[in-house]
Design a protein around this ligand. Structure first.
Ligand code: SME
Length: 158
């Protein structure tokens, strides 16, 4: 496994994801430990895109509980159906939030977060967690992020 990433910040967002994804696949190759793999995914995304916050929440009993992340400290537990993360879990779908202030019930872990994307992580039909990325810019995320972040969480195999 290569422990250094080659980060290309020139080029389109699509090109950046296309260069990053094979490296994430290589990082995860042969490693069965979920936490180690989640930690490396968020580290790789932070290095590539330098978003304000990126991390996983994991379903534990009836809540989402904070998992590996990069960025400032964050809320540790989120109820199903609450906030962007809890809604993504309840609806089992990716949510793009161009302006967090316009999302009813958004949970503000930081007032610096302006836009957000949350992608569910599936084990079969079940949502076992979510990947959450927050930006300090409005409208940071779009369909390109949806497509590639959904691909990235599928690299995790259950
Ligand atoms: N904003 C999220 C909470 C998690 S933090 O952004 C890290 C939400 O509304 O679910």
């Amino acid at each position: 496994m290569a422990e250094d990433l080659t980060i290309t910040q020139s080029g389109t967002k699509q090109e950046q994801y296309e260069a990053l994804i094979p490296q994430i696949e290589a990082l995860l190759q042969g490693e069965p430990d979920l936490i180690a793999n989640l930690a490396n995914i968020v580290a790789a995304l932070k290095q590539q895109f330098n978003w304000f916050w990126v991390g996983f929440y994991l379903v534990k009993e009836a809540q989402l509980v904070l998992g590996p992340f990069q960025g400032p400290v964050a809320c540790t537990r989120i109820e199903k159906g609450r906030g962007v993360c809890g809604t993504s879990w309840a609806e089992a779908k990716t949510l793009l939030v161009p302006d967090v202030d316009a999302f009813p019930g958004h949970i503000a872990c930081s007032s610096l977060s302006k836009s957000e994307i949350v992608v569910p992580v599936f084990a079969g039909e079940n949502v076992i967690g979510v990947l959450d990325a927050d930006s300090s810019e409005l409208n940071e995320f779009d369909e390109t992020d949806v497509k590639y972040l959904e691909q990235i969480v599928k690299i995790l195999q259950f």
